[in-house]
Ligand binder design. Structure first.
Ligand code: ATP
Ligand code: MG
Length: 414
């Protein structure tokens, strides 16, 4: 029989990786709490329509990256490729838009059918934040500050750059789009096949192309600044000014667009040079039209998402594994006694590892490998005296302790 393999682009997270993911997520969550972003968890699958309608038919995600299937009831279902659509759907279907603004923080797995490479998986994990109901630029500033604060808490402030751009309002975009298409059409034959196709349907996305020749062409393209309506320009100036007030540094990147269709005004990315080609760690923007597209009351929104794998790869920190106390029985009677003793000590709040089998030397090896703080040796002679030997594995110091006093003695090794 062929060996079973994980699906391409998916990974088992072994304990050490789970701990580093958890460290990223909990650190972020703690910062988000300070900004009063409340936790939310939406299902990992939704009706396909939720994503098609919001991300746009021509977005990369919808046109080629979705994991969609028909369920047994005949509904078209999609594993969520991102978190915003689900959160907005939840706000609409749960009637939560009564009391604005809403501030949410989430984390969890996302699924995209992409070409797997370093920093790019088919199942990956994101944390994200959404602020709904704030049309003012102070909302953009808060959401960006939250992202910057989280990166700082993860020790990544020095390794990341905030890139900022505006996509303007609808009027700005229409004007810009025409100009951009006119310019790019002159280079039609030199554009990558993907970008040629985007030219008709989603020309802004070409600005984001990773193809070398595309990038050279894009470098000379007209930029958004010249097409901004006064309102849009004023909005962007307020965002920049707000960031200046907070002393959050940024670089203006006129070619920065977001991959998903629902964005307007502010677009931003925190990027790094440390991860090779996949340099974006946290990305987001304003999505004022999204609620309406989904059939909800017109409600502005701004948010971001960050890849946990990429953050974990950079941060190197992790929740340290807790140091256990190894309970090591020697002989049959002690082995029987060990089970109830372990239960008793665990209920007293101690972390007890019981290997269940193996001789003394194998169990000591395991204790060292797990970086145990102490070993409780339960030998036949000691058992006769209703006692055990407690060995401090850091100092090597060893004492005999009455079984009744074990909790008190082991409290030092918590
Ligand atoms: P890219 O241009 O890299 O494809 P994107 O625009 O598709 O990015 P978003 O949808 O904005 O990315 O997702 C936000 C963040 O989630 C990214 O910056 C990245 O850190 C992470 N991310 C996105 N797709 C993947 C993936 N396939 N594997 C791992 N992380 C991912
Ligand atoms: Mg992508």
């Amino acid at each position: 029989m062929a060996k079973l393999q994980p699906v391409r682009g998916t990974h088992d997270l072994l304990p050490e990786q789970v701990r580093s993911h958890r460290y990223v997520e909990e650190t972020a969550r703690a910062v988000a709490e300070r900004y009063c972003y409340a936790p939310i968890d939406t299902p990992i699958f939704e009706f396909t329509e939720v994503f098609v309608r919001t991300l746009g038919e021509t977005s990369d995600v919808v046109s080629k990256e979705m994991y969609s299937f028909e369920d047994k009831g005949g509904d078209s279902i999609t594993l969520r490729p991102e978190g915003t659509a689900g959160v907005v759907r939840a706000v609409i279907s749960g009637g939560l838009a009564q009391e604005l603004p809403l501030k949410y923080f989430y984390g969890g797995p996302m699924f995209r059918y992409e070409r797997p490479q370093k920093g790019r998986q088919r199942q990956f994990h994101q944390i994200g934040a959404e602020l709904l109901g704030v049309p003012e630029p102070t909302g953009d500033v808060e959401i960006i500050a939250l992202g910057a604060h989280i990166l700082e808490a993860l020790g990544l402030q020095a390794n990341t750059t905030l890139e900022l751009n505006t996509l303007g309002d609808q009027a700005s975009r229409t004007a810009y789009r025409d100009d951009l298409v006119a310019y790019l059409s002159r280079y039609r034959d030199d554009l990558s096949a993907d970008s040629r196709e985007r030219l008709g349907r989603n020309p802004l996305r070409i600005l984001d192309s990773k193809d070398r020749t595309d990038r050279e062409i894009v470098a000379g393209a007209p930029t958004f600044d010249d097409h901004l309506t006064p309102t849009a320009a004023e909005f962007f100036a307020a965002v920049c000014g707000g960031l200046d007030d907070l002393a959050i540094a940024y670089t203006l990147t006129p070619t920065l667009v977001r991959g998903l269709d629902y964005y307007c005004h502010t677009a931003f990315e925190f990027t790094t040079t440390e991860l090779g080609a996949q340099g974006t760690v946290l990305a987001g923007g304003r999505y004022d039209g999204l609620m309406e597209i989904m059939g909800g009351p017109p409600t502005p929104g701004v948010g971001w998402a960050a890849g946990i794998e990429r953050l974990a790869m950079m941060s190197h920190d992790a929740e340290p594994a807790p140091r256990p106390i190894a309970l090591i029985p020697v002989g049959e009677e002690a082995t029987v006694r060990a089970a109830s003793l372990a239960y008793r000590l665990r209920r007293a709040g101690l972390i007890i590892d019981l290997a269940h089998r193996g001789n003394l030397s194998r169990r000591m090896k395991r204790a060292n490998k797990h970086h145990a703080r102490a070993a409780v040796l339960l030998g036949e002679d000691e058992l006769q005296r209703q006692a055990a030997t407690v060995r401090d594995l850091d100092s090597g110091e060893q004492t005999e302790v009455s079984l009744d006093d074990l909790e008190a003695r082991l409290a030092a090794f918590r």
